[in-house]
Structures are given as C-alpha cells and as structure tokens.
Ligand binder design. Structure first.
Ligand code: NI
Length: 169
C-alpha cells in the first residue's frame, strides 16, 4: 500500500472545511486504506483526509498503532453527538512537526459516523480514543491544535513552524 505525503502547516489544505462524503464508494475505501498505511508509517494514532490533501470528511484512528486490528476505525462524516467531562491533554499532530502542547478536551465523546460499508456506526469513546477522535474531527473543520492555544502561545508556535517550513524548503 502506497504511503501518501502528509501535508505540514501552513499548507492551505489544512485550513479548509471539508465536504461530507455523499456516498461511500470503493474510492472512499481506497483512500481510507492508504491513509491507514500512511498513519502507521508515520507513525501516528490518527489521520484526517485534509492532511493528505483530500477535502472530504474522512478520518482514520488506531490508538494501538498497528498492534490490534480491532482498534482501527475508519469513520466517514463523523460527528460528535454528545460529550462529557474535561481533561487537559498534551497533544501532537503529524502536520505540526515538533509541536506538543497541552490543550483542553472532553473526557468522553459519542461519535456517530458511517463505516466503509456505508452503514451508520456509533462509537462511545473515553480518554485517549476520545481525545484522538476530537483532534481528527477538528481537522475536518480546518482546526488545529494551535487554535486551542491562547493568542500569545499560538503566535509563538506559528512563528516557529513557519520558520521551520522555510528552512525545510
Ligand atoms: Ni493532527
């Protein structure tokens, strides 16, 4: 399975609001599998379609990082239906190299989505899985860890990332 390029901040694709998947097709499944391979290769615990330049509401999550196939979730058009509790969590992102910041997340979420067969699924998640789901669903609305920081911190991290991106190009 081919590994896709993961876009890094400030790639414009990371800031777009993604479009719902109208119909789950073999093409959707192919993209999802390529995203899983890319995420495992990185390695990471979650990946959203805009991170590979696809403007659609599709995320892949595996908090076991390839160790347990039962923990792989392909979610199409995921939505947080309800949430409870709060936690301060340290998060990183494959599109924000070197960034690791403490942000506020809900402790538990119920997510409704479609699977790759186009069937509706409901996922009740707590802690790590819940945090990853919130992070990936944020991506579908063009939202990054940065947007959870206060302005001073955000500007600092943005400057650092832009400098890094310039140095790499
Ligand atoms: Ni991310």
């Amino acid at each position: 399975m081919a590994v896709l390029e993961i876009l890094k901040y400030p790639a414009p694709a990371l800031r777009r609001k993604c479009l719902p998947v109208e119909r789950v097709t073999e093409q959707t499944a192919e993209l999802a599998r390529a995203m899983l391979a890319t995420m495992h290769d990185a390695p990471g615990v979650g990946l959203a379609a805009p991170q590979v330049g696809e403007n659609v509401r599709l995320i892949v999550v595996d908090v076991s990082v390839g160790k347990d196939p039962k923990q792989v979730h392909f979610l199409v058009n995921p939505e947080i239906e309800s949430a409870s509790g709060e936690r301060i969590v340290e998060e990183a992102c494959l599109s924000l190299p070197g960034v690791s910041e403490k942000i506020r997340r809900r402790e538990a979420v119920r997510v409704r989505a479609l699977n790759l067969d186009g069937e509706e699924v409901v996922l009740d998640a707590r802690e790590v899985l819940a945090f990853v789901l919130q992070h990936e669903i944020d991506h579908l609305d063009g939202k990054l860890i940065l947007d959870h920081l206060n302005k001073t911190k955000r500007d600092l991290v943005k400057r650092r990332l832009k400098k890094q991106a310039r140095a790499a190009s």
